[in-house]
Design a protein around this ligand. Structure first.
Ligand code: NAD
Length: 355
């Protein structure tokens, strides 16, 4: 199991170091992991002049999975667009053909007060949103703004082939199979033909997964239900644009950006794993950033790329215990809890892994 480690910029190196400690501990317990580090983003620009240099391209192509911290920072904001750290991110996603984005929104019972919603609505929330990442209206052609009859007209094309829908459907059904076996597909079939096809292909694919219960929901209702009663959902699957919006909505139900991991997968479950937050330049070098999103990304990697469910659960259980023991970084701190820094949080998780 070859893992490319790209710490990136800002808090990236600090938070990734804690996830690496956890992976090293599992390695000592017999898990066959090979970790190799590389550069992406601003640090790569500094060292090589490019955000996604050839040496990194080779490293991630050879690896089975990639663990990423975050990229970017004010130092790079004035660079020409093709040299910005974010270009490195787009480059790696494209190079690895990562079409499936998996974003869990989990609210640990001990953090129920972190949400802006009432604790009784969100306590115990555990949703997985599967978003198609390389198609839909974001990439469809034709697109543009042009003059028609003397006025500007803007247009984009919502387009999905059945092959694109089917491959994300398989990812979602397989993810649901590893969880509570309920999948809700979100579309807008009442007005968009493209999403009628989405619904039809989801229904056809369901025949391969008789153990998973498939339901369908219109996107406007899904946005409302996520706020009204989010715990009704197990796995949700949707297209690129609806997924963009719903996954941000769902992640914010938990109220804690430092807690949420993500995975982006190709059609052979090779994946890029990263926290959903950015490089937080305001926190860099201060030993205050929350490393749990990155540590939980490592758990997702063991589950989705390597099929090591037991080790994934071991990391997630350790995180739950650490929260129950009262350890908090400043972003999730409440009076009466034990405030720790980035390394201190890593220590606490490690103690629960090896303990
Ligand atoms: P951000 O996610 O870095 O920070 C938003 C807020 O959340 C900040 O107040 C920050 O201090 C806090 N925060 C973020 N991660 C945290 C953690 N682990 N623990 C505690 N608090 C945390 O978003 P931003 O400020 O908009 O962007 C900063 C830089 O990150 C920019 O250069 C942006 O382009 C980049 N960025 C990168 C990625 C990525 O690498 N995938 C994603 C988003 C933003």
């Amino acid at each position: 199991m070859k893992i490319a480690i790209l710490a990136g910029d800002g808090i990236g190196p600090e938070i990734v170091a804690q996830a690496v400690r956890i992976l090293e501990a599992l390695k000592s317990d017999g898990l066959k992991l090979e970790l190799e580090t590389g550069m992406l983003g601003g640090c790569a620009v500094d060292a090589t002049g490019e955000p996604f240099p050839e040496v990194t391209r080779r490293l991630v192509t050879d690896a089975d999975a990639v663990m990423l911290g975050a990229v970017g920072g004010p130092k790079y904001d004035t660079l020409p667009r093709q040299l910005r750290p974010e270009r490195g991110l787009l480059g790696i996603r494209k190079a690895l053909n990562l079409f499936a984005n998996l974003r869990p929104a989990i609210l640990y019972p001990d953090l129920a007060n972190a949400s802006t919603l009432k604790a009784e609505v969100v306590a115990g929330l555990d949703i997985l949103i599967v978003r198609e990442l390389t198609g839909d209206i974001y990439f469809g052609e034709p697109r543009g703004v042009e003059l028609r009859d003397g006025q500007r007209v803007g247009f984009n094309t919502m387009i999905y082939s059945e092959a694109e829908i089917r491959r994300i459907a398989h990812v979602a059904f397989q993810a649901a199979r590893k969880r509570n076996r309920r999948l809700c597909s979100v579309d807008k079939m009442n007005v968009l033909e493209c999403t009628q096809l989405w619904r039809d292909v989801m229904t056809e694919t369901a025949k391969d997964y008789p153990e998973v219960e498939l339901s369908h929901m219109l996107v406007d209702n899904a946005a409302m239900q996520l706020i009204r009663n989010p715990r009704q959902f197990d796995v949700m699957v949707t297209g690129n644009m609806f997924g963009d919006i719903l996954s941000d909505e769902a992640s914010m139900l938990t109220g804690s950006i430092g807690m949420l991991p993500s995975a982006s997968l190709d059609d052979r479950n090779k994946g890029l794993y990263e926290p959903i937050h950015g490089s937080a330049p305001d926190l860099a070098g201060k030993d205050v950033a929350n490393p749990l999103a990155t540590i939980l990304s490592a758990a997702m990697m063991l589950r989705y790329t390597f099929d090591h469910e037991a080790e994934a659960a071991r990391i997630e259980d350790a995180v739950k215990k650490v929260l129950a023991q009262g350890y908090r970084t400043q972003d999730i701190y409440e009076p009466g809890m034990k405030k720790v820094g980035t390394v201190g949080m890593g220590d606490a998780v490690l103690a629960n892994i090896v303990g």
